[in-house]
Design a protein around this ligand. Sequence first.
Ligand code: MF3
Ligand code: CO
Ligand code: CO
Length: 274
Amino acid sequence: MHGYIDATEAPEKNTGAIKLYNEEAFEGMRCACRLTATCLDNLAALVKPGVTTQEIDDYVYQFGQENNAVPATLNYRGYTKSSCTSINHVICHGIPNEKPLKEGDILNIDVTYVLNGWHGDSSRMYPVGNIKRAAERLIEVTYRSLILGVEAVKPGHTTGHIGQAIQTYAESQRCSVVRDFCGHGVGRLFHDAPNILHYGRGGEGVEMRPGMIFTIEPMINLGRPSAKILADGWTAVTRDRSLSAQFEHTVGVTEDGCEIFTLSPAGYTVPPYE
Ligand code: MF3
Ligand code: CO
Ligand code: CO
């Protein structure tokens, strides 16, 4: 049912076929993803109590401008910001606004730059001042979930192995995995086939092959997994208002595993970022 197609011969749209990219494409993705990761590094110094998410969004736009890159979210399906900023019980797609961050908040910033036509998609968690131990633990569990997902990437495994690694670990830590959003193929398109579920079993999904490029972006909750979308049409929150966290990497499948394109040039992994 799922075909694989040489990306250089594929139409530039999501036909459901899985594109396999060559070394030149990998090099394009390295550049776009490095820029996104550098922006996320730089944002660490900006996030503190009193700063607004609009100020963060302005930085993302500016930094893109200075580096010949455009945020992929800008005017994407009616979305009008350069980033997504998701605070506390917001799971994802929080819209930057003029409300100041408060001490104790946990914030996800999700940035996708388009550089020379290639999309670099990544997100990280940022604590605002001192945060509660439960919030810190959720951030650590979510980061570890992402890394375990990344480590499950290799030819011969299926995308279900990624989901299984994430779900098994997150649930062992008494956390839950959001089902309503998933990772995705990425390249010249922002959201492409295949979907990367953050739950499931090895053998499910599609077989991974060298040359595939996709994101892994688990959203992990302290409470129940259920989500709902607010009246703005974007902001996804936990129904039980429990805290939610997310980290996202863009990766490319290699002969023996994968290359993480969005690694932090500053060497940041989990906060504190210093
Ligand atoms: N960057 C998000 C992702 O990881 C998508 C944001 S789409 C938006 O796929 F329109 F909400 F910005
Ligand atoms: Co993504
Ligand atoms: Co993203």
